[in-house]
Design a protein around this ligand. Structure first.
Ligand code: ATR
Length: 275
């Protein structure tokens, strides 16, 4: 029987994961099916049980089930534990292993695809929700010169900064948006969910160093208000999360299948112009 994988979410119709994984499977000669599951709200465990019983081997998890997947697992990686959320699971007999590849996908995109090493850089992370939590440890592991986390809810930013500092790296601090005035950064990540509603986080345009990379973790939205702000501030290098999406998928594929596919073709197909 062909090996079965899926992505579960609600809604799920928008997901690009089946396209990406079918491209990966074809390019690497892997015999596998990858489908979508529209999980019933409040019915995550039942949907996963059914998929598992029918021979499913692993899943990607998207909104709103990342916390449910984390709870469903019997073992969780350190990255998943820090994020408090899983974006991939793998079945191994009775074991259910949880991973979170979002942050590592982001870092791979920035460092390798965009050729922008994080080491020694002044990095600003906007937001302190699930996306920011997933990014935190992988970004810190690259050794930035400093990491500032800004959030409307300052307590959440400080809490995340404490988690980062507890990892042994002390150049991370939480900050209110208003206190960003007078500070500039080499890389600014928008990990808020503002762009999903075409909103702009209240970040001052002065945070962008002219040689800065402005990176929107959302993908496929074109020139979001955040990216437009950066562009108007003179930033040359703008990126959205298409590369992060492909890279986290490649990490999951490698975890499931033991080989890492090349992401370039998938990124090319999925790229939406930033206009
Ligand atoms: P996700 O999983 O996408 O990160 P989340 O956990 O609900 O979603 O977190 C959303 C993040 O976006 C939060 O950091 C939120 O800020 P608050 O904690 O202060 O609410 C941030 N956010 C959402 N809309 C925003 C906006 N218009 N401006 C600034 N931050 C926003």
């Amino acid at each position: 029987m062909t090996d079965q994988y899926a992505v579960i979410g609600n809604p799920i119709g928008f997901s690009k994961s089946p396209l990406i994984h079918s491209m990966f499977a074809k390019a690497t000669g892997q015999n596998m099916d990858y489908t979508t599951i529209e999980g019933p709200l409040g019915g995550f465990a039942g949907a996963i049980d059914a998929f598992r019983a029918s021979g499913g081997q692993g899943l990607n998890i998207t909104a709103p089930f990342k916390l449910d997947a984390f709870a469903y697992a019997t073992e969780r990686s350190e990255r998943a534990q820090l994020a408090g959320a899983a974006n991939a699971i793998k079945f191994d007999g009775d074991r259910v292993l949880a991973e979170n590849f979002d942050g590592v996908g982001l870092v791979r995109d920035v460092v390798y695809n965009l050729n922008c090493p994080l080491k020694g850089k002044r990095v600003l992370l906007l937001g302190a929700g699930g996306a920011a939590r997933g990014a935190l440890l992988p970004v810190l592991a690259q050794g930035p010169g400093e990491l500032v986390i800004a959030n409307r809810n300052l307590d959440k930013a400080k809490e995340l900064a404490c988690i980062g500092a507890a990892s042994g790296i002390h150049i991370v601090r939480g900050c209110a948006y208003a206190n960003l005035v007078g500070q500039t950064f080499d890389i600014v990540f928008n990990a808020t969910s503002a762009s999903l509603r075409a909103e702009l986080p209240p970040v001052p345009a002065s945070v962008f160093d002219p040689g800065c990379l402005a990176y929107e973790l959302a993908y496929g939205k074109g020139l979001t208000p955040f990216l437009r702000l950066a562009q108007n501030a003179g930033v040359q290098q703008l990126a959205d999360g298409v590369g992060m999406l492909a890279e986290q998928a490649a990490e999951a594929f490698k975890w499931w299948r033991g080989m890492r596919p090349d992401t370039r073709a998938a990124i090319k197909v999925l790229t939406v112009a930033l206009v």
